[in-house]
Design a protein around this ligand. Structure first.
Ligand code: CAA
Length: 283
């Protein structure tokens, strides 16, 4: 199956990044969110990123204009009727995702693939609310999408080889490396990353070291580009907590218990960079 028209649901950090890389690889993109102002914010983010590429003389002004023209704004889910693939990057909430997939299944043409960028929710459970579970798949991009090379492709129980191969080819056309993963809590990326972040938070919680020192150890000692607490702030502490909860519930093992300090920060609204405060202060 050949893909030309992509609809991205959710114009936040991940959705707008996905829309940007799709447009830059020649796809026609529809960027959808609940309100016009959310879509506008996402489009402005894309413009800013592309302008940086122009300033660094990696693309021309003409390229930038062409890429921007390739992205249409949408606030109506019925626009899914024109899509070959829909990539959902809305909030990490199973009920919301299920509601979206029920509607997308109604609006999208029969041949369309329904993909989700979920970072840990079960693909099989999302697929089960549709009448096309064989065409539902996880397409997990990493943040920041334009920079990170990986797309984790997650097969649900019913996902066919045809769907998998089409999505893998598409990811490669975006100049990403696709890795095949089966549907287990946290997939591979977050099953390994989040317990490390959670342990870093426990290290602060138990007074072993300050956030700055924990980050310094991992940056200089392990050559990580960002320390785990800086990375947690960058991902969003609410997202980190929800992934830990998925791991804890999914495996039923206490080694995945979210650190109480993580819960406390989320309750305080200290959600990381996007909120101006997390383990660090951004204001
Ligand atoms: N959007 C687009 N581009 C960005 C960006 C952003 N938000 N932030 C930085 N960049 C680009 C810069 O423009 C720069 O590009 P060029 O080299 O082409 O000029 C490049 O990234 C490097 O940026 P900087 O030199 O400013 O800073 P850096 O060297 O510290 O790199 C980083 C920034 C790429 C974010 C790096 O710190 C890094 O790799 N951090 C770890 C990121 C990571 O682990 N991501 C995965 C998160 S987990 C996830 O996404 C999955 C999940 O489900 C939670």
């Amino acid at each position: 199956m050949s893909i030309q028209r992509v609809m991205v649901i959710g114009a936040g950090q991940m959705g707008s990044g996905i829309a940007q890389v799709c447009a830059m690889s020649g796809y026609d993109v529809t960027l959808h969110d609940l309100k016009e102002e959310f879509v506008e914010k996402g489009l402005n983010g894309i413009k800013k990123q592309l302008q940086r590429q122009v300033d660094k003389e990696r693309i021309t002004e003409t390229d930038m204009d062409r890429f921007l023209r390739q992205v249409q704004a949408s606030t109506e889910l019925s626009n899914a009727k024109d899509a070959d693939i829909i990539i959902e990057a809305a909030v990490e909430n199973m009920d919301i995702k299920k509601q979206l997939f029920v509607q997308l299944d109604q609006f999208a043409p029969d041949h369309a693939i329904l993909a989700t960028n979920t970072s840990s929710l079960p693909i099989t459970e999302i697929a089960a609310v549709t009448k096309r579970p064989e065409q539902v798949i996880g397409m997990h991009f990493m943040n920041p999408v334009p920079v990170m090379k990986l797309v984790e492709i997650i097969r649900g129980l019913a996902t066919t080889d045809e769907t998998f191969n089409t999505v893998k080819e598409m990811a490669e056309s975006l100049k990403k490396t696709a890795v095949e993963v089966n549907d287990f809590p946290g997939f591979v990326s977050n099953r390994i990353l989040m317990p490390m972040i959670n342990e870093a938070i426990y290290t602060v919680f138990e007074g072993v070291a300050s956030p700055e020192d924990v980050d310094e150890v991992m940056k200089l000692g392990m050559n990580h580009p960002m320390g785990p607490l800086t990375l947690a702030d960058f991902i969003g502490l609410d997202t980190c907590l929800s992934i830990m909860e998925t791991l804890h519930e999914g495996f039923g093992d206490d080694k995945y218990r979210p650190c109480p300090l993580l819960r406390k920060y989320v309750k305080a609204g200290w959600l990381g960079k996007k909120a101006g405060r997390g383990f660090y202060n951004y204001s």
